[in-house]
Ligand binder design. Structure first.
Ligand code: SF4
Ligand code: SF4
Length: 441
């Protein structure tokens, strides 16, 4: 193994890893934002007053990089209006009242052997599948690399390296056959003969279950990786498994790989074998909730309903994060819905979500030594504070994966990631790359 440079070892706090997946009760009302994937917003196919069935497509992809959206409930469309999205802005959203039934008998399954690669891709696209690891990139796009790029192998990402999260772990333990079904379909679409399932060594039981499910099959290798954050980031995963570097500004396919998440594989298997579009996912709910655990949640369920179904909040809450604590997004209202990319709901109390007053940089270099992308975070942060967008490009700001290792390690508690995010915005507005290096900063 060629381990990636940098990284950190935060306490994993994966106390929910032993909790079997439970199902959140059917919500009375669901909210389906038309933007819950990378790319252009979907276009609604329904209007207020329409009756919809479970799994019915209610919004269609608008362009190649976009994704269909399906109703997770049967019921009546109440409205299409701007509703607060987890990103913090109002987004056009289809609001549906559930009729309390959940009839899924209309789904039609097919055997992947009967379908061509084009038909499989169409099935995946029609099912509205996006990356469920948090990236939300439409899966059919990732499965359609440019003709001139050669895909040699696929990596199924079961690392789940963020603290607290254990939903992927439970899916691998409880649904290994579905994981493998989906992986084999994706291998067929990509025309690759081999694949890796990458799992960190803090999930030895999942490694064992997957290897057992594979039996004597040799085309898929379950790789046990040393636990280290951000092992699950695509570029770091490729480096560890193959020793290859994804070039700056490049994609995994430039190193010969395509990477997908384990829950995405399950969604692909569900779409093909069971005719079921993506309208639910497994989410870890942890922190100050009475019944933390791993829950199957319908897309569009308000966070408040999920928390209520988990017994409600206790204690004083400082912050609620969607996703993991390192790369997740803080929300300011419990009214926002679960969208396809939400892997965790973390209710963090005062002791966990401490805030610090930043002090001056002491030039200790710790941020540099932990950066998995080989960047100089302190310099990126200073350039961003000074508004030097052109120089930020010289320091490869767009290579930053916003993993948060630098901020985690910084003894001065400088808001490095926040500053770098601002810096990316500034750099985008500077089309000409500066030739001036280090202006006495
Ligand atoms: S957030 Fe960006 S700069 Fe900081 S450690 Fe991660 S990749 Fe490096
Ligand atoms: S870790 Fe913090 S204090 Fe140390 S060099 Fe980086 S920014 Fe400065």
């Amino acid at each position: 193994m060629k381990y990636f440079k940098g990284g950190i070892h935060p306490r994993d706090k994966k106390d929910c890893r032993f909790d079997k997946i439970q199902t959140i009760p059917l919500p009375k009302r669901i909210f389906l934002p038309l933007r819950q994937h990378t790319g252009s917003q979907a276009v609604p196919l329904v209007k207020a007053g329409d009756l919809v069935a479970v799994g019915q497509m209610v919004a269609s992809a608008s362009g190649f990089i976009s994704a269909n959206i399906h109703s997770p409930v049967s019921g009546k469309v109440v409205s299409i209006e701007k509703i607060l999205h987890p990103c913090g802005f109002g987004v056009d959203t289809i609001v549906i009242d559930s009729d309390g039934k959940h009839d899924t008998t209309q789904f039609q399954s097919v055997s992947p052997e009967d379908l061509s690669i084009e038909q499989l891709l169409d099935t995946i696209k029609n099912a509205g599948i996006t990356g469920l690891g948090g990236g939300c990139f439409p899966t059919h796009v990732k499965l359609s690399p440019p003709k001139e790029k050669k895909v040699e192998s696929m990596i199924l990402n079961g690392c789940e390296c963020e603290p607290y999260l254990s939903c992927d772990h439970r899916v691998m333990l409880e649904e290994p056959k579905k994981v493998l079904e989906g992986l084999r379909i994706m291998m067929k679409v990509l025309a690759v003969n081999n694949a890796f399932i990458a799992v960190e060594d803090n999930k030895k039981d999942a490694i064992e279950v997957l290897r057992k499910s594979l039996g004597t099959d040799k085309d898929i290798i379950v790789v046990k990786l040393r636990t280290r954050y951000p092992q699950g980031a695509e570029k770091q995963l490729i480096k560890t498994i193959s020793g290859r570097e994804v070039p700056s500004g490049g994609l995994p396919v430039d190193a010969g790989f395509v990477v997908h998440n384990v829950q995405t594989a399950v969604a692909v298997g569900d779409a093909v074998y069971r005719g079921k579009p993506l309208y639910e996912r497994v989410v870890t709910v942890a922190g100050c909730v009475r019944n933390p655990g791993n829950y199957r949640v319908l897309i569009g369920t308000p966070i408040s309903d999920v928390i209520a179904a988990c017994g409600g909040i206790f204690g004083e809450v400082k912050k609620i994060v969607l996703g993991g604590p390192m790369m997740g997004v803080g929300i300011h209202s419990l009214d926002v819905p679960v969208v396809k990319g939400v892997s965790g709901i973390l209710v963090l109390g005062n002791a966990t979500a401490k805030t610090y007053e930043p002090s001056s940089c002491i030039r200790c270099g710790r941020c540099v030594s932990v950066c998995p992308m080989g960047l100089v975070p302190m310099m990126l942060s200073r350039l961003a504070e000074k508004g030097m967008g052109g120089e930020l490009k010289d320091y490869s700001i767009f290579d930053c994966i916003e993993c948060g290792c630098c901020a985690y390690e910084c003894p001065a508690k400088i808001n490095l990631v926040q500053n770098i995010k601002t810096g990316k915005f500034l750099a985008k507005r500077h089309p000409i790359k500066s030739q001036v290096k280090n202006k006495g900063l």
